[in-house]
Structures are given as structure tokens and as C-alpha cells.
Design a protein. Sequence first.
Length: 88
Amino acid sequence: MFHSDVNKYTCKMGGSTFLIRIHFKQNSNWQGTIQWLEMNKTIPFRSVLELIFLLNEAVEQTPSAGGELDFRSWNNIELENSYSDDNK
């Protein structure tokens, strides 16, 4: 495995703040830990996909202040495409 310096990233999603530490980068993938700052929880992740699932799970558990979060969806992609065609 290739060991690199630990990279730290902080991101805020849906009212939650996460500290992401990348410990290893190998085969176009990351391994590290994610810390959910508001809940004081830390968990290791083994891939970028697992990191995305952990972020998604945390955002779904956090009640949003303004109701539903406005994320893009594959279900409304036709609506998105019609907006971009109108703006040309």
C-alpha cells in the first residue's frame, strides 16, 4: 500500500459537519476515517463508495431546518434537462 500524509477535509452537508481524514490512497480509492462533528462519532471507511454511503446515511438522519433537502435525482433528470434547454 502507498502511504501518504494524512489529508484532512471538512465539509458541511445538510446542516451536519464532517471531518474526513484520508490515510491511504491506492488503486484510485481512498481509505480513512470520517468524523461526524455534531454527533461526536468517528468511523473508518474502506472506499470512496463507503464514504458516500456514510455521508448519505448521516444526512438522512439529520432533520433539515427547511424541510426536504433539494438534491438532484435521477428521477427528475428530464426536468433538469428542460431547464438547461430553456436557458440557452
